[in-house]
Design a protein around this ligand. Structure first.
Ligand code: KIV
Length: 264
């Protein structure tokens, strides 16, 4: 069976059909997520934290992203697969092109994800002009945690919210095919989702995005320490991994997740 395409995801947005996304890092979970009906897998650089036990995503390398992406690809047949370009692997357009090409050619990813606003717009233009599909990532940028000083909600003040909206529009104009919005007020995420024609996937961004993504280990309650407020322990709720994954897909599709308590 062939994998879902970007076209399929665009049609889902147009039909207002919610897109269920989860992170994955290995073949076994990739298979389980496919069985549960997940639409899109994100091989996130969150693997630095949940697989490697690092304090942030900063130490993750391109080699590691290729290794995990290839494992995820081997585990499933029909989901659309996005892979993160890790910290400083896209500091300039040339580097971004080379590393994105490796994630696609060696890892098998269908799209790459980059963190940042207008500052990465030229790089997004260069990538998409060469046929590399791009997912931009706005709001809380985990690769910038040392500059941000922690993992906080972004865009609460109107000036910052306006800047995020302008960044989102600029990235779509630059050719981005998808946007992840992390930890922003639900009202701002709704505005951005309505203004963009590309699918907008939220994490801690409210129920009105075109789809939702969570870190797999967070939604299974496996991540040590405090779970982010916007996540939910679906394993505790259902009692088995497969039931937890299916409940997530069903609650995203029916806009039950995220609830008001799980948004800002
Ligand atoms: O790396 C990751 O898992 C991500 C999600 C938090 C969206 O970027």
């Amino acid at each position: 069976m062939s994998r879902k395409s970007l076209n399929h995801l665009r049609k889902m947005k147009a039909a207002k059909e919610k897109i269920a996304v989860l992170t994955a890092y290995d073949a076994s979970f990739s298979y389980a997520l496919e069985q549960a009906g997940v639409d899109v897998l994100l091989v996130g650089d969150s693997l630095g934290m949940v697989i490697q036990g690092q304090e942030s995503t900063v130490p993750v390398t391109v080699e590691q992203m290729i290794y995990h992406t290839a494992n995820v690809i081997r585990g499933s047949d029909n989901m659309f697969v996005i892979a993160d370009l890790p910290f400083m692997s896209y500091a300039n357009a040339q580097q971004a092109i080379q590393n994105a090409a490796r994630l696609m050619a060696e890892g098998g990813a269908q799209m790459v994800k980059l963190e940042g606003g207008a500052v990465i717009a030229d790089t997004v233009e260069e990538l998409t002009a060469r046929g590399i599909p791009v997912c931009a990532h706005l709001g809380l940028l985990p690769q910038s945690v040392h500059r941000l000083g922690g993992y906080f909600v972004q865009g609460r003040e109107s000036e910052h919210a306006d800047a995020l909206l302008a960044d989102a529009i600029r990235l779509e104009e630059a050719g981005a095919d998808m946007l992840v919005l992390e930890c922003v007020p639900a009202s701002l995420a709704k505005t951005i989702t309505e203004q963009l024609t590309i699918p907008v996937i939220g994490i801690g961004a409210g129920v009105d995005c075109d789809g939702q993504v969570l870190v797999l280990y967070d939604m299974l309650g496996l991540t040590p320490g405090k779970r982010p407020r916007f996540s939910h322990d679906f394993l505790a709720e259902t009692g088995s991994i497969q039931a937890a994954l299916s409940a997530y897909v069903s609650q995203v599709k029916t806009a039950v997740f995220p609830s008001l308590e799980q948004q800002f």
